[in-house]
Design a binder for this molecule. Structure first.
Ligand code: GUN
Length: 299
């Protein structure tokens, strides 16, 4: 039997509805959760993502604004903008869209953001909190979204072998931290594979839950997947396709059709993990607003 699709669009809509309800509750207390996105430069893909984040905030009854700075902005000027946002009580979440121009140090930029407003979960304080299982921390939106996808679609994770392909700071490493914690959507035995892993397929074939986040189009094939496994595809890759109007199509890290014939559940690309990322950004922002309102935001 082919795998059941995990519908990221539907689960993201549920998360967004919960966020909207929470935003309304906070609104009744005189607090409108607010996210400020800073976009430096005019990269069209970044501009598209930033526009989607702002729109999603507004749809959830939150304040969403974008500060657009020219590509040539000196780093010190960006840091001064972050300082101002850190001090602004109407701003609960700050996100500097990556990548920043080459003359800027992204780590310096990330570290300047108040960790209690770092709704991207990129600040080392939040990375540390996620690792130690401190519930106050903000987890990066993509791995947090994967965990919600698993929990909301009723995947039993406790005691399961989870294999993660990719060790990036924003997906692979925090994904491992989240899945190894105690609790809902977690309690897994985790393996992280990367470019130096020997006999990759020997690891992936052990996985009850396989999470592909390597950024290599359709690299995961059916022979790498244990029958009945749950397969989560984080990849978003553009591949040339002259047969399409745009000349390209978007594929994941998993060869969908053949893996769907082996797995028990699978996320499609698009429509799987992707929609969860913005939903989790909203969820982090509304939580940042609540923590601040309750005086519980701490680093
Ligand atoms: N660029 C692409 N994705 C992201 C993201 O999730 N956060 C930030 N800050 N920049 C990005």
């Amino acid at each position: 039997m082919p795998a059941e699709r995990i519908d990221g669009v539907a689960i993201a809509a549920k998360v967004r509805a919960r966020v909207a309800a929470e935003a309304a509750t906070l609104g009744a207390l005189g607090v409108q959760p607010g996210l400020t996105v800073v976009l430096v430069g005019d990269d069209p893909a970044s501009a598209f993502y930033v526009g989607a984040k702002e729109k999603a905030c507004r749809e959830a009854g939150m304040r969403g604004e974008t500060i657009r700075l020219p590509a040539a902005t000196p780093e010190a000027e960006l840091l001064a903008v972050i300082d101002r946002l850190n001090a602004d009580p109407a701003v609960h979440g700050i996100l500097v869209q990556m990548p920043v121009p080459k003359h800027m140090d992204p780590q310096k930029v990330i570290r300047r953001i108040d960790p209690t407003k770092d709704v991207d979960g990129f600040h080392p304080v939040n990375a540390g909190k996620v690792l130690i299982g401190d519930a106050d921390g903000f987890a990066p939106c993509t791995p947090a979204g994967v965990q919600v996808l698993l929990a909301e679609s009723g995947v039993e994770t406790a005691g399961k072998e989870a294999v993660i392909l990719g060790r990036s700071t924003i997906v692979g490493k925090p994904m491992a931290a989240l899945l190894m914690q105690a609790g809902r959507g977690a309690d897994c035995t985790v393996t992280v594979c990367h470019s130096r892993t020997k006999d990759l397929a020997a690891h992936t074939r052990r996985a009850d839950i396989l999470i592909a986040a390597i950024g290599r189009p359709e690299m995961v094939t059916a022979d790498m997947v244990k029958p009945g496994a749950v397969v989560i595809d984080v990849g978003i890759n553009r591949v040339d396709d002259p047969a399409t109007k745009k000349g390209y199509r978007i594929v994941g890290d998993v060869r969908f059709d053949e893996v769907a014939a082996v797995a028990s559940r699978i996320t499609p690309v698009p429509g799987g993990v992707g929609p969860m990322t913005i939903a989790m950004l909203l969820a982090n922002t509304v939580r940042a607003a609540r923590l601040r309102h309750e005086g519980a935001a701490r680093t």
